[in-house]
Design a protein around this ligand. Structure first.
Ligand code: SF4
Ligand code: SF4
Ligand code: SF4
Length: 219
C-alpha cells in the first residue's frame, strides 16, 4: 500500500495556508485546479495499471507550482512545473532616483541614471521586486503570468525542465497540463516515466502539442 501512495500524481506548491512575502499572487487555486485536472483525466488509475510492481516514488507523475522565481517547490525538476513571474516595465510616475529598485534587484538587472531606471531583460528573472518597491509608479508590473516547464527530473540522468510557455495565464497552464497528460496516457509505455517518454518523443514534439492545444489547432 505504501508504494501505491508514492506513485500517485502529486502537485506541490508554496505554503498552502500562508502568503509568502515574495509571492506574486496566490497560486493555491491553480494548484488545486491542476490536481482536479489530473483526477479528471484518470492519470492515477492509468499509472496504477501501467507501472511495474514494486512501483517506486520515481515512477509517479510530479507537478509543482511556485508563486515566484525563487521556485522553492522545485518546479524545474518536475514532470510539469509552473513558476509565476512578473515582467517589469515603465509606469506613468516620475522617477525620483531613490534607488530602491536597484537595491531590491538581486540580479543587478537595473541601472539608474537621470532619465530613470533601465531594466536589462537578459538579467531580469521577472521576480517583480522592483515594481513592488517603487514608491512613485515609475516602474510597474507590465505583465504577470506563469512560465511552464516540462520534462524535469532527478535520478540517474538529471535534467532541468524545458520552458514551453512564458507568461501564460491560468487557463494556458491548464491547457498545457491537459495536453501533457493526454500525451502521456496516449503514448506512454508500461513502466515508462514521463521524462523518458519526453526523451523518446522529443521535447520539441510535446511543446508543439502544447502550442497546438493553446491555439485550438491539431498538432
Ligand atoms: S516560491 Fe517564492 S512565494 Fe513560494 S515560498 Fe518560495 S519564496 Fe515564497
Ligand atoms: S523583476 Fe526582479 S530581476 Fe527583474 S529587474 Fe525587477 S527586481 Fe530585478
Ligand atoms: S524607478 Fe522607482 S524605485 Fe527606482 S529609483 Fe525611480 S522612483 Fe526609485
Amino acid at each position: 500500500m505504501e508504494n501505491r501512495g508514492k506513485r500517485q500524481p502529486d502537485v506541490s506548491g508554496c505554503n498552502k495556508n500562508a502568503t509568502c512575502p515574495n509571492s506574486l499572487g496566490r497560486a493555491e487555486g491553480l494548484r488545486r485546479r491542476m490536481e482536479s485536472l489530473l483526477e479528471e483525466e484518470g492519470l492515477a488509475a492509468w499509472v496504477g495499471r501501467m507501472l511495474p510492481e514494486p512501483a517506486l516514488a520515481r515512477h509517479a507523475f510530479r507537478a509543482a507550482t511556485a508563486e515566484c522565481p525563487n521556485a522553492c517547490s522545485r518546479p524545474q525538476i518536475k514532470d510539469f512545473g509552473v513558476i509565476q513571474r512578473s515582467l517589469p516595465g515603465k509606469g506613468g510616475g516620475a522617477c525620483d532616483n531613490c534607488g530602491l529598485c536597484v537595491k531590491a534587484c538581486c540580479e543587478c538587472g537595473i541601472t539608474l541614471d537621470a532619465r530613470g531606471p533601465a531594466v536589462d531583460l537578459e538579467l531580469c528573472v521577472r521576480c517583480g521586486a522592483c515594481a513592488k518597491v517603487c514608491p512613485t509608479g515609475a516602474l510597474r508590473a507590465e505583465k504577470k503570468g506563469f512560465s511552464v516547464y516540462i520534462g524535469g527530473r532527478l535520478g540517474r540522468h538529471p535534467r532541468l525542465g524545458v520552458e514551453v510557455l512564458e507568461l501564460t495565464d491560468e487557463e494556458g497552464v491548464l491547457l498545457a497540463l491537459r495536453a501533457v497528460v493526454k500525451g502521456y496516457i496516449r503514448e506512454g509505455r508500461r513502466g515508462e516515466r514521463f521524462g523518458d517518454l519526453a526523451d523518446r518523443l522529443g521535447l520539441g514534439r510535446l511543446k508543439a502539442e502544447i502550442e497546438a492545444a493553446l491555439s485550438g489547432q491539431p498538432a
